[in-house]
Design a protein around this ligand. Structure first.
Ligand code: ATP
Length: 219
């Protein structure tokens, strides 16, 4: 079983997330991608997300009809900040021999990885896939391991990835660039603008029905 773990605030989930996940699924031949909404994002403290329940329901609506996409609410079952290393360790404990884990993130998230809890361990315990994202610099800029550990990695031309000597491959992949962000969607909603074609219709309907992201109702 080849599994992709795709964590995020998903506040709300949008077509940028879905399309990128689909391209990664196809590129790596993944059997499943788990969308894992963060219950308590340790690094995004300036922005209070809408409640976990709403974000998880929207994620479930978004993946409906795609058997390879699944939503995992496991980060809401733990107390305290939602650290990715804890999530990865849980999956590693539960998986069968021969299973493989790919941790998927956008380039903006990767640029911050050295601030993550136990980031070195995270990078050595599973493969990391970094996806291009508009607004994060030139095509290949920063497509290398963090300088702190660069000496532990060597480039594998055949596999087109950096191989870590402690384990864990680091892949950088160029995807269709979709300049969609949850911040932009929230900003549009706050001033009553349309978000059609930025999120699945079911998600837009859920946001409307629950009055989410309007200036008067934040959560
Ligand atoms: P916000 O604008 O609130 O910061 P976001 O749009 O970045 O939200 P997140 O839920 O924080 O969405 O993103 C989850 C993961 O998906 C992150 O690793 C992020 O880099 C990646 N991601 C989000 N949108 C895109 C996109 N349009 N293209 C590529 N990667 C993306």
């Amino acid at each position: 079983m080849k599994r992709g773990l795709f964590g995020g605030s998903f506040d709300p989930v949008h077509l940028g997330h879905l399309r990128c996940a689909e391209e990664i699924r196809e590129l790596f031949g993944l059997d499943q991608i788990l969308f894992i909404p963060a219950a308590r994002q340790p690094l995004k403290t300036e922005q209070q997300p809408v409640g976990f329940h709403h974000r998880a329901v929207m994620a479930r609506l978004a993946v409906e009809g795609n058997p390879a996409f699944v939503v995992s609410e496991r980060e809401n079952r733990r107390d305290g900040p939602s650290y990715s290393i804890d999530t990865v360790n849980e999956f590693l404990r539960e998986q069968s021999p021969g299973d493989r884990l790919y941790f998927i993130m956008g380039r903006d998230a990767f640029m911050d990885i050295t601030r993550w809890k136990d980031w070195r361990n995270l990078m050595s315990r599973c493969d990391i896939v970094v996806m291009t994202r508009p607004g994060t610099g030139a095509a290949d800029a920063g497509d290398s391991p963090p300088p702190e550990i660069a000496s532990e990695y060597s480039y594998d031309d055949e596999e087109q990835c950096f191989r870590g000597e402690r384990g864990g491959n680091l892949y950088f992949r160029r995807l269709t660039l979709l300049d969609i962000s949850a911040t932009d969607i929230r900003n549009r909603l706050a001033v009553g603008r349309s978000i059609r074609y930025l999120v699945p219709e079911t998600v837009a309907a859920y946001i409307k029905a629950n009055g989410l992201y309007t200036a008067s109702r934040r959560r």
